[in-house]
Design a protein around this ligand. Structure first.
Ligand code: 13P
Length: 246
């Protein structure tokens, strides 16, 4: 049985004061025993405070990126070892915002994925098509190419050590979620590409997940949870999504 997983990607949002408040609200609201794993990915500068505030809770945390390098003269980059030192469990890699604004290629994303698994940090690999690619019926080609870059570098066994997040670019921050059926089609395809090695790999859906859309998405066979942007910045909304997964 794959463990349901809900991850909040805060992106470049929330002040230090808001971070403290959010974390306090979440750890209080998610106390007790749960089936689902809940994680948050705040901005780098808040990770140390996050570690401190989540110490007594059963919420884990991660970063929004990781360097492909182990150490060295790479100004501004943060290594897997540094993130592990802080207590991170996860690192998001290949988010479409980084692919687009930082020009990250699938090959670079694969290097980051490898850097994470080599150290025991769990990468959350984001894949997904743009609106134009979907309209041109290229969804499976694009998602397949993004996955294959990582498979070529790390093998199917390597990929199975991470988490995959299907995030259609047109659904991110737009309020337009894929329907549960649309998402399930792509998740089933991802599961097939991952092969038998990936049977236990969590495949999360991301893109405008809200409390009122979460349950129907999670009811799909290959949707194991969510990567949540906007709604993860509101304690009640995020907790409602976590409860739907639980
Ligand atoms: P939204 O939930 O705000 O659409 O963001 C999704 C996302 O990009 C999570 O990584």
């Amino acid at each position: 049985m794959r463990r349901p997983t809900v991850v909040g990607n805060w992106k470049m949002n929330a002040s230090f004061a808001q971070t403290t408040e959010l974390l306090a609200g979440l750890s209080e609201g998610w106390s007790g025993v749960h089936k689902a794993e809940v994680a948050v990915c705040p901005p780098y500068p808040y990770l140390a405070k996050t570690a401190e505030l989540l110490e007594q809770s059963n919420i884990v945390f991660g970063s929004q990126d990781v360097s492909q390098h182990e150490s060295g003269a790479y100004t501004g980059q943060v290594s897997a070892d540094m993130l592990l030192d802080l207590g991170c469990k996860y690192a998001i890699v290949g988010h479409s915002e980084r692919r687009e604004y930082q020009g990250e290629s699938s090959e670079l994303v694969a290097e980051k994925f490898e850097a994470a698994i080599n150290k025991g940090l769990t990468p959350i690999l984001c894949v997904g098509e743009t609106q134009a690619e979907r309209e041109s019926e290229l969804t499976f080609d694009v998602v397949g190419q993004q996955l294959r870059a990582v498979i070529d570098r790390c093998g199917l066994e390597g990929v199975a050590k991470g988490v995959v997040a299907y995030e259609p670019v047109w659904a991110i921050g737009t309020g337009l979620s894929a329907t549960p059926e649309m998402a399930q089609d792509v998740h089933a395809y991802i599961r097939e590409v991952l092969g038998p090695e990936g049977e236990q790999t969590a495949i999360l859906y991301g893109g405008s997940v809200k409390p009122d859309t979460a349950a129907a998405l999670f009811a799909q066979q290959d949707i194991d949870g969510a990567l949540v942007g906007g709604a993860s910045l509101k304690v009640e909304d995020f907790l409602a999504i976590c409860r739907a997964a639980d």
